[in-house]
Design a binder for this molecule. Structure first.
Ligand code: NDP
Length: 287
């Protein structure tokens, strides 16, 4: 009885001793947000603008980026600029980081959030698509991290990696996407270990998100999923809080139990069953 009790006391002490988030933590910080023309990335840009950060955003669609930058300026960003291009091109990924060096004189936070278009259906066997998605969702994250590291080491800054529960647990209908998100966990969790060994004071926050109400996600998945999506504005703020507080991982809308992860190692078959039960499948598919 004593050991679980002491465990609970220690856990309570640990959580109450943790620093709380204050918007001033991001005031004046130089931040790159990728995939910020829509969805969660766009909302992160607006939160950062309200907090008074210097913002550099990127995505492919210039017209949308222009509008987001204008809004960021209205909301109070210390500065806001964009570069448009595709993350299929590693030279472009590196160019975005160079732009931060040239125009902001350094970098405090690198938020890797963009995601290439995929399908929400049974795996169709298209190996070329898996390769392309790995380039966009994984390799460009690696390329940007490598380019940004000298600046982040200097500022003792943060890397924020936006991932998904589909990057921790097997979900149906997202085979290529899940592969790219699992890859992010492997790369960034290993890198975090090396930073710790080498006393590199750059934090890495891996964000594990559930279903969020962005236009693209709702259009792709709402007809299949039996769970309601969570709000993107709140999600975006939680990601920024996790990054500013240098958290190791952030779970949005999974509560403190992180139930899927508890079950993953102890009752994998049960977890698989519970995951499938959250999808709308017709009777032919269930057999
Ligand atoms: P959106 O589809 O709304 O936004 C994706 C962003 O990435 C857009 O700005 C898009 O802009 C950009 N993008 C797409 N392709 C490329 C490309 N080839 N090169 C550069 N930029 C590109 O995504 P969400 O906001 O829904 O998701 C944001 C993050 O959250 C992603 O990492 C996603 O995996 C994760 N997540 C989302 C969930 C959800 O339910 N929404 C659930 C779990 C995780 P453009 O088209 O102009 O290039």
């Amino acid at each position: 009885i004593l050991i679980p009790f002491l465990g609970l006391v220690l856990a309570f002490w640990f959580y109450s001793a943790r620093e709380n988030f204050k918007p001033e933590m991001l005031k004046g910080k130089r931040v790159i947000v990728t995939g910020a023309s829509t969805g969660i990335g766009e909302q992160m840009a607006y939160h950062l603008a309200r907090m008074g950060s210097h913002i550099l955003i990127t995505a492919r669609t210039e017209a949308k980026l222009q509008k987001v930058v204008e809004r960021c300026r209205e909301l109070g960003a210390a500065s806001a600029r964009y570069i448009s291009g595709t993350m299929e091109d590693m030279a472009f990924a590196e160019h975005v980081v160079k732009e931060a060096e040239t125009s902001l004189g350094g970098l405090d936070m690198l938020i890797l959030n963009h995601v290439g278009t995929s399908y929400f259906d049974y795996f169709n066997g298209d190996v070329g698509h898996v390769r392309k998605l790995l380039e966009i969702n994984f390799l460009s994250y690696v390329a940007m991290t490598v380019s940004a590291l000298p600046m982040l080491k200097e500022s003792e800054g943060s890397i924020v990696v936006v991932s998904s529960m589909a990057g921790k647990v097997g979900f149906p209908f997202t085979v290529p996407y899940s592969a790219t998100k699992f890859a992010l966990d492997g790369f960034f969790s290993s890198l975090r270990q090396e930073f710790s060994i080498q006393s590199v004071n750059v934090s890495i926050t891996l964000c594990i998100l559930g279903f969020i109400d962005t236009e693209n996600a709702v259009r792709a998945a709402a007809h299949r999923l039996l769970v309601p999506p969570a709000p993107r504005e709140e999600c975006a703020l939680e990601i920024l809080k996790g990054g500013a507080l240098r958290r190791r991982e952030l779970y949005y809308r999974y509560g403190s139990t992180r139930l899927p992860l508890l079950l993953r190692d102890w009752a994998a078959e049960l977890l698989d069953y519970l995951v499938r039960s959250r999808y709308r499948l017709d009777s032919a598919e269930k057999n």
